[in-house]
Design a protein around this ligand. Structure first.
Ligand code: GDP
Ligand code: MG
Length: 342
C-alpha cells in the first residue's frame, strides 16, 4: 500500500470494500478519489480509481435504450435477494444447466462451449428467501472476458463448477484460477470471513480492488461419472483445493437440494420479520441480514428515516424473551420478529 494514506482515505476504502451495491461502490470510489493524498506515491492508485469510476459510471449511469446499457447488455448486476452467488468455471461444465435447474431460468444450455456470453441473473428459492445466482461465461485462457472482474465485484460468493468426466478438467480449472488471479480475484475456501477485507498477511491486503470470494466446488454431471465421490476426493488431492464440495447433477437433480441449506448456513444469513404495533407480523417477506444483524440494520432496510428516528424495538424470538424492549445495537437471531418504534 502506498505510504501516507490518510485515515479519511482508509475509511473511504473500507466502506468501498464493504459495499456490494454498484451505486454504493461508485460513491465509495468517488470518496476514495476525493480523500486520497495527491502525491507521487499514490499516482498509480489514483489512476486505478479513476479508471474504475469511469467504467462503473458508464455501466450504471448511461441512459439505457430498451433496457440495454451503452447499447449493449448489462454487465454489472445489482444484487437482489439474500446473497448473490456467481457460477464460475471452465466451458461446457454445466453452469447454465445448473442455473436453469436451480432458478427456473431459461439460461441457454448447449452441447458446445462459450454459449453463455453475458451475465444472466436468476433467483433460487430457499424456504422463504431467495439467493441470486449469476450465470456467467466460461473462464478460460482462450476466450478472455474483459469485464468478468467487474461483474464479480457485486458477488458475495461463488460456485466453481467442474466436470470430472472431462480428461482436461484439472488443466481447465487451473486456467480458471490463473485468469482470475490476473484480475486480482482470489477464490477461498474460507466462508467464515465472507465479506471481510483480506487480513494483513493475505493476498490482496494492500490492494483495494483485490477480491476474495468464498467458493463452493460443485462436481457436476455426477450422473455421467461412476464413483463420483471417489473421483471428487482424488481431484481435491491432486489439485490441493480445499473448497467445500458437493457432487451434483443438473440433469437428474442429484445433490441440488443440499445447496440452498448449505449456503444459508455458511453465509450466516438471519431472517427477520417486521410487525407494526398492534398488528401481526408480516410473515410473507422477511428482511435478510448477514454479518451485521442489529435492530438498527433492520431499521435501515425498512427505511433510512426509520433508522434515524428509531427509539427502541420489541423483539419476539430467539434473541430475547417475547416482547422484550431492546435498543438499536441489539443483535437479532434467525426468525426473530421485530416491532420498530420511532
Ligand atoms: N450428463 C449431464 N450432462 C450435463 C449436465 N449438466 C450439463 N450437461 C450438458 O453439458 C453441456 C454443457 O452444458 P451448459 O450448461 O451449456 O454448460 P456451460 O458452458 O458450463 O454453461 C450440455 O450439453 C448439457 O446438456 C449434467 O448434470 N449431466
Ligand atoms: Mg453457459
Amino acid at each position: 500500500m502506498p505510504a501516507n494514506l490518510s485515515p479519511e482515505y482508509k475509511a473511504a476504502e473500507a466502506s468501498f470494500r464493504k459495499a456490494r451495491d454498484p451505486r454504493e461502490r461508485l460513491d465509495g470510489l468517488r470518496e476514495m478519489l476525493r480523500t486520497i493524498p495527491k502525491h507521487k506515491g499514490t499516482d498509480h492508485l489514483q489512476a486505478d480509481i479513476k479508471r474504475r469510476i469511469k467504467e462503473l459510471s458508464e455501466e450504471i449511469e448511461t441512459p439505457r435504450k430498451g433496457g440495454a446499457a451503452r447499447g449493449g447488455p448489462t454487465l454489472v448486476i445489482r444484487p437482489e435477494g439474500a446473497a448473490q452467488i456467481a457460477l464460475v468455471g471452465p466451458p461446457n461444465v454445466g453452469k447454465s444447466a445448473l442455473h436453469a435447474r436451480l432458478t427456473g431460468s431459461g439460461a441457454h444450455v448447449a452441447p458446445y462451449p462459450f454459449t453463455t456470453q453475458f451475465p444472466e441473473p436468476g433467483m433460487m428459492p430457499h424456504e422463504d428467501i431467495h439467493f441470486e445466482l449469476l450465470d456467467l461465461p466460461a473462464i478460460s485462457t482462450e476466450h478472455p472476458v474483459p469485464w468478468i472482474a467487474s461483474t464479480l465485484q457485486t458477488a458475495d460468493a461463488c460456485m466453481l463448477v467442474v466436470d470430472l468426466s472431462d480428461p482436461s478438467c484439472v488443466d481447465q480449472v487451473q486456467a480458471v484460477h490463473t485468469v482470475l488471479r490476473e484480475k486480482r480475484v482470489t477464490l477461498t475456501e474460507r466462508w467464515d470471513a465472507a465479506g471481510d477485507a483480506p487480513a494483513a498477511d493475505e493476498d490482496g491486503a494492500d490492494d483495494p480492488f483485490a477480491m476474495r470470494l468464498p467458493t463452493l466446488l460443485l462436481a457436476n454431471k455426477a450422473d455421467e461419472v461412476p464413483n463420483i465421490d471417489a473421483e471428487l476426493a482424488a481431484f481435491r488431492d491432486l489439485t490441493g483445493f480445499r473448497y467445500p464440495a458437493f457432487s451434483v447433477s443438473a440433469s437428474t437433480g442429484q445433490g441440488l437440494a443440499e445447496i440452498g441449506p448449505w449456503l444459508f448456513r455458511n453465509l450466516g444469513i438471519v431472517r427477520v420479520y417486521t410487525k407494526a404495533p398492534g398488528h401481526p407480523p408480516d410473515k410473507d417477506r422477511p428482511f435478510t441480514l448477514r454479518r451485521s444483524r442489529t435492530v438498527e440494520d433492520v431499521a435501515r432496510l425498512v427505511h433510512k428515516d426509520v433508522a434515524r428516528t428509531l427509539r427502541y424495538a420489541r423483539v419476539w424470538g430467539k434473541s430475547g424473551f417475547d416482547g422484550q424492549q431492546v435498543g438499536r445495537e441489539h443483535a437479532l437471531a434467525d426468525g426473530d420478529v421485530v416491532e420498530l418504534h420511532t
